[in-house]
Design a protein around this ligand. Structure first.
Ligand SMILES: C[S@@+](CC[C@H](N)C(=O)[O-])C[C@H]1O[C@@H](n2cnc3c(N)ncnc32)[C@H](O)[C@@H]1O
Length: 218
């Protein structure tokens, strides 16, 4: 997926992936990480997810990484906040309180940008990427996260080919294959997508959502 694809989606407001509320799995499963409020959270490919505000409300400092300046601006504007803006390496940094959004390419993120971060949250990031980019994504995640970092991954498995991604089909086997070299992982939950899921309007008939616990190996 080229950057232009995502810029266009945001400019045209075609953001069906954006959830109107905080993700249910995040609220129910975050405690599985045994998170301490002083631990910072990385949210790769963050969009303008309400999940980041929820994470901040749990006491965490949040670092989101997002290509689109539209998404970064809207995240703060929708909360009536005016973020401070500065240059941070190759990123444009928007920040307010304990949330900073680094606007730019995830692959430009460095371990040094994540001081104090030992938690992460991936919802609709891995599954937004086509197969050829996923290995690179996981390798980069492993590169920037410090050993022992824990995170949640929410993925989507639909094998009937009924949908043209993104979101892409990522089987649980693929999740294990991608992450196992650098992460310990276990599946916390798997559930069938209901007919009320927004993806059913795009033709998805059978799909499951899985939530994984991940821990960066030492
Ligand atoms: C499917 S959306 C998910 C957004 C968010 N995680 C959520 O739950 O709403 C994927 C997001 O990744 C962003 N993105 C895609 N490629 C990226 C990259 N290389 N670096 C940073 N952000 C990227 C897109 O602009 C888009 O907002």
């Amino acid at each position: 997926m080229k950057a232009a694809f995502w810029h266009e989606r945001w400019q045209q407001g075609q953001i069906g992936f954006h959830q109107a509320q905080v993700n249910h799995n995040l609220k129910t499963l975050w405690q599985e990480l045994r998170p301490a409020p002083e631990e910072g959270v990385l949210v790769p490919l963050c969009g303008k997810a309400h999940d980041m505000a929820w994470l901040q409300a749990q006491g965490h400092a949040v670092t989101g990484v997002e290509l689109s300046p539209v998404a970064c601006r809207e995240f703060f504007a929708e909360r009536g906040l005016t973020p401070a803006q500065s240059r941070h390496g190759r990123f444009q940094r928007f920040s307010h309180g304990r949330i900073q959004l680094l606007c730019g390419d995830f692959w430009d993120l460095k371990a040094a940008d994540l001081a104090g971060v030992s938690l992460f949250y991936d919802r609709a990031a891995l599954i937004a990427l086509p197969p050829a980019m996923r290995e690179d994504y996981v390798a980069h995640l492993a590169r920037v996260l410090s050993p022992g970092s824990r995170g949640l991954l929410i993925s989507l498995d639909y094998s009937d080919g009924s949908l043209q991604g993104p979101p892409f089909n990522v089987s649980d086997e693929e999740v294990f294959r991608l992450f196992q070299p650098d992460f310990k992982l276990s599946r916390l939950l798997q559930r069938a997508l209901g007919t009320d899921d927004p993806l059913s309007r795009r033709g998805l008939t059978h799909g499951t959502e899985s939530v994984f616990y991940l821990e960066r190996r030492n």
